[in-house]
Design a protein around this ligand. Structure first.
Ligand SMILES: O=C(O)c1ccccc1N[C@@H]1O[C@H](COP(=O)(O)O)[C@@H](O)[C@H]1O
Length: 213
């Protein structure tokens, strides 16, 4: 089936609409401290104008359970994407569908996966860069080559763009690819880059027979 796409760091309705028009499967709002941060009201105003089959995902770093619950309910999020030091117990006790982001630098970093068995998806991102995500840096995809990874739950992120996304999919076989920096120009989302990214990603098939999202 076709690889799914998430366009993350959406701050303007016109960019969400451009992503939907280009065929995105999901959009992401960053609630964590970031140059892409949105308020609950901003995100809700965008989310309510986007078709319900497009998944709305909120990105957080070490937020409290109360903050996560409030944001999910007020914006109408389908998933929370957790980029901080949230423990497996914290994630499980949330009672919310969650995506756990893990930062990958060495093969041993993949051992964390076994602690997040309850995750709807796990997102593998680069560990380099000053922030907990959205750094525009890749990690060594070769680290995943001989790993027994549940590809139906695997989202690839970190430094993806229209020029490297096909190679990234071919090497790692994710169910979804997630991009933020790689579809921006001068710090703002760029509809042409969004289009190219989605077109290129969707030209690549993955071997999965079904998808959980
Ligand atoms: O995008 C951000 O600003 C951000 C801030 C804090 C945590 C995660 C963030 N974004 C996520 O980071 C990865 C990689 O992004 P990039 O394509 O390398 O810029 C992606 O999952 C974003 O959703």
């Amino acid at each position: 089936m076709m690889t799914r796409v998430k366009i993350c760091g959406i701050q303007k309705l016109k960019h969400a609409q451009a992503a939907v028009q280009a065929g995105t499967d999901a959009i992401g709002f960053v609630f964590a401290n970031s140059k892409r941060q949105v308020t609950i009201n901003q995100a809700r105003r965008i989310a309510e104008q986007i078709p319900s089959h497009i998944k709305k995902i909120g990105v957080f770093v070490n937020s409290s359970r109360e903050e996560l619950e409030t944001t999910v309910h007020q914006v109408g999020l389908d998933f929370v994407q957790l980029h901080g030091d949230e423990s497996p117990e914290f994630c499980e006790n949330l009672g919310l569908p969650y995506i756990k982001a893990l930062r990958i630098q060495h093969e041993s970093d993949l051992e964390q996966l076994k602690y997040y068995e309850g995750a709807h998806y796990f997102l593998l991102d680069s560990a380099s860069g000053p922030h907990r995500g959205g750094n525009g840096t890749t990690f060594d995809w070769g680290l995943l080559k001989h790993q027994d990874i549940d590809r139906q739950r695997f989202i690839l992120a970190g430094g993806l763009n229209a020029d490297n996304v096909q190679e990234a999919i071919d090497q790692t076989q994710p169910t979804m690819v997630d991009v933020s920096s790689g579809v921006e120009t001068d710090g703002d989302k760029d509809p042409d880059k969004i289009n190219r990214f989605i077109k290129n990603a969707k030209e690549r098939l993955t071997c999965h027979t079904h998808n959980r999202m």
